[in-house]
Design a protein around this ligand. Structure first.
Ligand SMILES: *[C@@H]1O[C@H](CO)[C@@H](O)[C@H](O)[C@H]1NC(C)=O
Length: 216
């Protein structure tokens, strides 16, 4: 009996370890990304620690508003391992998001990260949709100082509620969260997904699919 309990505990501990092994704890002080290394690892190989400088842990420019002159009226300024090599293996990243009045950060997914968004200026409608079969839409109007979390892998969006410009800072639980923008992925893939597939999937005429594909 005692042996069975011990086995159960070991199995539970192993499973627990497997879940936290996702972007695991570093086994050293840091592993600054060396994108020039030919080594293929999950993430980037480490730069020689003796050559690491303060600037490897530094990013400047989050005070600068992104250019929102685009069809959706928003701009994301990312700070991931691609911009800040010191984030390699640490499992975190951030972004600044600017929104013009009524601008939208369109529905998208981060395949590798949960996100917590803090509003610095303006008001945003934030929302996400739960997975099948409920597909429940959960929304909240956020004001300056409010924070809202988007759980990992769920489709989410924000819209500026129109009272001037809005600015938010997002924190993400991956050094490389990834972005899958739904419209671009579905209607703007290269090469295109066959019109027949999308017409049936979205239950619309093929000419509507053509029109959507021409925009992305
Ligand atoms: C913002 O982007 C638009 C469209 O790409 C461009 O025409 C404009 O010059 C940009 N503005 C600034 C200040 O960079």
């Amino acid at each position: 009996m005692a042996k069975n309990i011990l086995t159960l505990c070991l199995v539970a501990l192993t499973l627990c370890h497997l879940t936290i092994a996702f972007e695991p704890k570093p086994l050293q002080d840091f592993c600054v990304a060396d994108p020039t290394s030919p080594a293929r690892v999950n993430g980037f190989a480490c730069k020689n620690p003796m050559l690491v400088q303060a600037n490897d842990f530094f990013f400047s420019g989050l005070n600068i508003a992104g250019n929102t002159s685009n069809p959706v009226g928003s701009k994301v300024t990312p700070v991931t391992v691609a911009q800040l090599p010191g984030l390699n293996t640490l499992g975190i990243a951030m972004a600044r998001v600017d929104y013009e009045p009524w601008g939208v950060n369109p529905p998208h997914v981060h395949p590798r990260a949960s996100e917590i968004l803090t509003v610095l200026e303006g008001s945003l409608l934030a929302g996400f949709v739960t997975s099948n079969p409920e597909n429940r839409l959960i929304t909240k109007v956020l004001h300056k100082g409010d924070a809202f979390v988007f759980p990992m892998g769920l489709v989410h969006f924000q819209r500026n509620m129109g009272y001037g410009k809005a600015v938010a800072i997002a924190a993400l639980s991956s050094q490389n969260p990834g972005i899958i923008t739904i419209a671009n992925t579905v209607f703007g893939s290269n090469p295109s997904i066959a019109v027949e597939v999308l017409a049936k999937a979205f239950q619309v005429d093929k000419n509507i699919v053509d029109q959507l594909q021409s925009k992305f």
